[in-house]
Design a protein around this ligand. Structure first.
Ligand code: XMP
Length: 316
């Protein structure tokens, strides 16, 4: 039977009205899952749902502001938490990818707990969707990378869990998003740990700024190429900052700068992916902009031509 988003929304709101009797909390990332979950619960209980947005310092360029405006525009009772310094501090000196993920996940939970204690809520809303718990239940992916959004909850958590999207798959969530007028339905996926896992090695604030700008340029140029019908929109496209410096020249002066890898892939479900056969003209524009706009920082750009498997989409 075809999935009917309007019917799902109506039934879910009625169910949530019965289920959620007190104050509720949600951590909104601005991604489609948490936004849809927040909007649904907000429709059921109004301002009794408090939505937290945490700026980790590893978000994309302009993203915190845009997400803030979008969530407020949806009528959510929003608490914006600037936790950039806390995250930068927690990741200081950490190079191991799994450690970085664990620290980010834990930091997020600790900040969330701290803020939750101030509000004293009875319910915790999460945007968990079916593949999140299916994949985290000891499946193959779980052993490859620890999932950021599942499994990190404190064992003694007093709040009752509310997961309105638990039985939905991504395409169904997107349909619900469209029906709710949530404008995030077409965004490319973005990993929970954010830009921290696109900085190989230590994710310092300075390196976060470099990869943030490079990611912005990759997105901007690819979006323009899509709009000009030069290419189909890849599933995901971004920049990665490598932990090696290489020699270059600026004018006739020797430079020793960072290397950016550009990644663009097509995929159906992220379980496997093909690297995008990007026209050289598009790669050229990306490379020129990155090395111009990050002149003193980056002097080499490479393109990742690996499929998944054997590589993963992200580099960490
Ligand atoms: P990989 O790198 O495993 O990525 O091939 C597959 C897809 O998952 C995204 N990804 C994550 N998403 N939390 C998330 O919510 C994470 O920790 C995480 N790690 C990877 C990745 O961007 C790609 O779309």
């Amino acid at each position: 039977m075809a999935f009917k988003p309007e019917k799902f929304i109506e039934e879910k709101i009625a169910e949530l009205k019965e289920q959620v009797k007190g104050k509720a909390l949600i951590a909104c990332s601005g991604g489609v899952d948490s936004t849809v979950a927040a909007v649904l619960v907000n429709r059921a209980v109004g301002d009794k749902l408090i939505s937290f947005f945490v700026d980790t310092g590893y978000m994309r360029k302009n993203e915190p502001q845009q997400i803030k405006e979008m969530l407020q525009d949806k009528g959510l009772n929003l608490h914006f938490i600037d936790a950039r310094e806390e995250f930068y501090g927690a990741l200081k000196g950490i190079e191991d990818p799994e450690k970085k993920r664990k620290i980010i996940g834990e930091k997020f939970i600790r900040i969330f707990e701290r803020e939750a204690n101030k509000v004293n809520a009875d319910y915790l809303v999460q945007g968990t969707i079916a593949p999140d718990w299916i994949e985290s239940g000891g499946g193959l992916r779980d052993t490859i990378k620890s999932h950021h959004n599942v499994g990190g909850l404190p064992k003694d958590m007093k709040m009752k869990l509310v997961e309105p999207l638990r039985d939905l798959y991504k395409d169904e969530v997107r349909k619900v998003a469209r029906a709710l007028g949530v404008p995030v339905a077409e965004r490319q996926p973005f990993p929970g740990p954010g830009l921290a896992i696109r900085i190989m090695g230590e994710a310092t604030p300075e390196r976060a700024d470099i990869v943030r700008e490079a990611c912005f340029i990759v997105e901007d140029e690819i979006d323009k190429a899509v709009a000009n019908k030069e290419i189909e929109r890849p599933w995901q496209y971004f920049a990665v900052l490598l932990p090696v410096r290489t020699v270059g020249v600026h004018g006739d002066v020797r430079a020793y700068g960072n290397t950016i890898a550009v990644r663009a892939v097509s995929s159906l479900d992220a379980m496997s992916a093909d690297y995008s056969k990007m026209p050289h003209e598009v790669l050229d524009r990306i490379s020129i902009r990155i090395t111009n706009e990050l002149k003193s920082k980056v002097n080499r750009v490479v393109y990742d031509i690996t499929n998944k498997p054997p590589a993963t989409v992200e580099w960490e």
